[in-house]
Design a protein around this ligand. Structure first.
Ligand SMILES: C[S@@+](CC[C@H](N)C(=O)[O-])C[C@H]1O[C@@H](n2cnc3c(N)ncnc32)[C@H](O)[C@@H]1O
Length: 365
């Protein structure tokens, strides 16, 4: 593993920030007035007092309606996040100061040298959920065991694309000496590749939390010799040619500069051309590039272009060998009305092979 920059974590806020204290003796709507007016509010007594203020804030801000467009839903969530992030909790000696608060192990892991600070209530909720997922693990249909996602690291919540990869790997009859997993996240695809008999996997990520978390996970599973980790952009410092280069990239074009976990979801315009330019140099002559993708961006009207189809149309580097599609299961009845676009959603598995030098490009689809 190469050197890592500091891990991504919610920024600690100095304790000398001017705050309005809040306890259950006050009405939650008074705290909401302060938050909406731009003042920071510090919950002083119970964790549940913060939940009361957040509930009152949800009542105050315009509700997200089921028929709102994808963009409107995003905007409403951003407004709620901005205002609610002024509602704060205090952390001292790696524990929340308020009573009846959850115990969250991330405080000592992510802030080893910070004794006392403030942190937005919403971010504490995120840390708490992430701690539960990390402690209990998450079952993934294509893996025999669980995965344990480190804080700030992407993990899948739907699995159709991974099932597609699994069924393709079942029929794969090429060499299994080495593979590269670009954007390892919580390791699902790396573990899939190992389970399918690949001897060595090089795994990269531009998110330091993913690499740090994977290092701990590989150590726990006692398989550090089989997986080499590389922090960095795309193929990073990988230097070993691979039989397979697998990438489950972000599926949506970015709307503004993305950071942290957003980078797992949104891609910049140059991400795919840069990936293909690097991949072509690290693939064995008989090797294949496998990409998982979805039509999510197209069906939501975010773009008409398809970055993988664009690479094939460009010619010169890769040609299409196969594209498999699978429908995405309808959302549960509870979320269905918010996500009507899901009915048209398809996940895709693309298998590309290098264009042989001197071959006639006009044969490309
Ligand atoms: C959709 S997630 C997939 C994670 C994991 N492979 C999986 O399938 O669950 C995309 C991953 O790619 C990583 N990523 C995004 N842009 C990257 C880049 N330029 N270089 C390396 N990794 C990148 C993200 O941090 C994230 O972990």
């Amino acid at each position: 593993m190469n050197d890592l920059p500091p891990l991504n974590r919610p920024a600690p806020i100095p304790t000398n920030l001017a705050v309005v204290p809040f306890t259950k003796r006050k009405a939650p709507h008074a705290a909401v007035d302060d938050l909406v007016a731009g003042r920071s509010v510090l919950v002083r007594d119970f964790y549940s007092s913060g939940l009361l203020v957040l509930a009152a804030l949800r009542q105050r801000l315009p509700r997200i309606r089921p028929d709102d467009s994808y963009a409107e839903q995003r905007k409403s969530r951003a407004t709620f996040r901005e205002v609610s992030h002024r509602l704060l909790l205090q952390v001292r000696d790696h524990r929340l100061v308020v009573r009846k608060a959850p115990v969250i192990g991330w405080f000592s892991i992510l802030y080893p040298d910070t004794d006392e600070f403030l942190i937005p209530f919403g971010q504490v909720q995120g840390l708490n959920s992430a701690w539960q997922w990390y402690r209990k693990g998450i079952s993934i249909p294509v893996l025999p065991g669980k995965i344990f996602p480190f804080f700030g690291t992407y993990f899948p919540t739907r699995f159709e694309h991974l099932l597609l990869l699994d069924s393709w790997l079942n029929g794969y009859d090429g060499s299994r000496v080495s593979a590269i997993d670009v954007g390892v996240g919580s390791g699902v695809i790396t573990y899939q590749l190992l389970n399918h008999g690949f001897a060595q996997v090089s795994a990269t990520d531009s998110n330091p939390n993913a690499i740090y978390g994977m290092q701990a996970d590989l150590t726990r599973r006692n398989i550090t010799a089989k997986v080499q980790l590389f922090y960095g952009d795309l193929l990073a410092d990988c230097n070993r040619k691979a039989d397979l280069i697998v990438f489950n990239p972000p599926w949506l074009p970015s709307v503004s500069d993305s950071e942290g976990l957003d980078k797992a979801i949104y891609y910049d315009a140059d991400l795919f051309p840069r990936f293909f330019a690097q991949a072509v140099d690290l693939l064995q002559p008989e090797g294949r590039v496998v990409l998982l993708f979805s039509n999510l961006a197209q069906i939501n009207g975010l773009t008409e272009s398809h970055p993988i189809a664009a690479e094939i149309a460009r010619g010169g580097r890769f040609q299409k060998e196969l594209m498999l599609e699978s429908a995405v299961k309808a959302a549960s009845p509870k979320t269905r009305r918010d996500q009507h676009w899901r009915e048209a959603e398809r996940v895709e598995l693309w298998v590309l092979k290098p264009v042989q030098v001197g071959a006639d490009d006009s044969q490309n689809p």
